[in-house]
Design a protein around this ligand. Structure first.
Ligand SMILES: *Cc1c(COP(=O)(O)O)cnc(C)c1O
Length: 447
């Protein structure tokens, strides 16, 4: 999925038809000189080459990859109109597409036909909305999340003027249930991360749900990164957690992470549609063309790109939310992580930090002297070496991830703990091409 020019005839055909529709309404504006456009695009293109090769499987650094060509084409075509999904009349067709796409998401997580949900500009805003609803339901109570949760939860609690409680985790990432029990009366909502941004760890959703239900605590699943993995839940570890995703009161999933979308596409889903009442507003600017609770009425944001909805909808036409549709890509990502893990275990120069729950692997280079400061030095060396290799057929990109030293020494007893943190190497295998490429990547890194 890294060539776009083969699809140009398709976009040209669609654009011509859309231009014909536009021209029915009267004369076109004067057209900007093509040469001028070309010269600006030329300059832009040159600057874009300053990016890392995000499209290529030698890049396994951060959580990013290009959109699927269908998403890009649909976005581009729709953006020539620029509909706004803030209200049904801001973009009737794209609002319909948003509803259809969200219905598929709700179906994927097992919410069935009664739910409320919409797309957002990203995961942070989607989580903010879910936490806002949590606060409205449990005013004066805290929102709790583990130290592995996304950093924006704490920040958004400040925005919401709500207490944030950090649930400690043990050295293996397990939330401290004693802490939850001690603070049960203060907690209104627990955020459970299904795929942490660090190492893609999934937290014990089923256990937390079980406890929360009997204590009147809401559960919000932050599945911004991991949500689509529910499509291949049978092939994942921690088999008890994914099947109860539907029991969470709210869920956030980012189509712009594992859903092949350009940025600007998150989503929030609520199990109980009556939470729509918390959003209700009477904007003097949005007039109503339908009796439906329109999308602008159930979103904290006003303007939202209709193009994002069109892109996601179009992608779902090609890759439905099933194990053989979008799931097939998640499956390859997971498979790449497993092959990589296996090769790390066999390596005498590198070691695996922990078994991955999804497609993100943490590892380190084994130093001659077994100390954490030596690991940190080697991690930076490996990282820089990959980044600074200019030959595209030799370079590689990974990221660094810091963990508290106690988490490291709990797994590796024979290391001298000389530092507060251990800097791990981290590879994110989000692309389907990673499955094929992972062995080459291992050679390049020198594992
Ligand atoms: C990426 C991520 C977020 C934030 O989402 P954005 O789309 O980057 O705003 C929140 N939670 C988790 C678990 C994430 O991985």
């Amino acid at each position: 999925m890294n060539q776009f020019t083969p699809y140009l005839p398709a976009i040209e055909k669609a654009l011509r038809k859309l231009d014909a529709w536009r021209s029915q309404f009267g004369a076109q504006n004067d057209i900007t000189e093509l040469t001028e456009i070309e010269s600006i695009l030329d300059k832009l293109e040159e600057r874009l080459e300053g990016n890392y090769p995000f499209h290529h499987p030698s890049y396994a650094g951060q959580m990013l990859k290009p959109p699927h060509p269908i998403a890009w084409l649909a976005y581009m075509l729709t953006a020539t109109i620029n509909p706004n999904n803030h209200a049904l009349d801001g973009g009737p067709p794209t609002s319909e597409m948003e509803k259809e796409a969200v219905k598929e998401l709700a179906n994927m997580v097992g919410y069935g036909d009664t739910y409320l949900g919409h797309l957002t500009s990203g995961g942070t805003i989607a989580n903010l909305e879910a936490l806002f609803v949590s606060r409205e339901i449990h005013p004066g109570k805290a929102i709790a999340a583990t130290s592995n949760a996304h950093y924006t939860h704490r920040r958004m609690c400040r925005v919401l003027n709500t207490d944030f409680l950090e649930i400690p985790v043990d050295n293996f990432g397990n939330p401290d249930f004693e802490f939850i029990k001690t603070h049960a009366d203060e907690i209104g909502t627990i955020v459970v991360t299904m795929g942490t941004t660090g190492l893609g760890t999934t937290e014990p959703l089923s256990k937390i749900l079980e406890y929360s239900k009997t204590h009147g605590i809401r559960v919000h699943a932050d599945a911004a990164y991991g949500g689509f993995f529910t499509l291949i839940k049978e092939s994942l570890p921690k088999t008890e957690d994914w099947p109860c995703l539907y029991q969470a009161d709210s869920i956030v999933i980012d189509p712009h992470k594992h859903g092949l979308q350009p940025y600007g596409c998150g989503s929030v889903l609520y199990k109980d549609p009556s939470v729509g009442k918390f959003y209700k507003h009477d904007s003097p600017y949005t007039y109503f063309t339908s009796d439906d609770l329109h999308l602008g009425e159930i979103s904290l944001e006003c303007s939202r790109a209709g193009a994002s909805a069109a892109a996601f909808w179009a992608t779902l036409q090609l890759l439905p939310l099933s194990s053989s549709g979008l799931g097939s890509i998640l499956f390859k990502a997971r498979s790449a992580a497993l092959i990589f893990t296996d090769l790390l275990k066999k390596s005498s120069t590198f070691d695996l930090y922990q078994e991955p729950d999804l497609d993100i692997v943490g590892y380190f280079k084994i130093p001659e002297q077994k100390s954490t400061s030596e690991i940190n030095k080697l991690s930076r060396e490996v990282f820089n070496h990959g980044m600074n290799t200019n030959n595209p057929s030799e370079g590689f990109h990974l990221s660094l991830y810091k963990i508290p030293v106690s988490q490291f020494t709990a797994r590796f007893h024979d290391y001298q703990a000389e530092t507060d943190h251990v800097v791990l190497l981290r590879s994110v295998f989000m692309k389907e091409e990673h499955e094929e490429f992972v062995k080459t990547l291992v050679e390049r890194i020198g594992i």
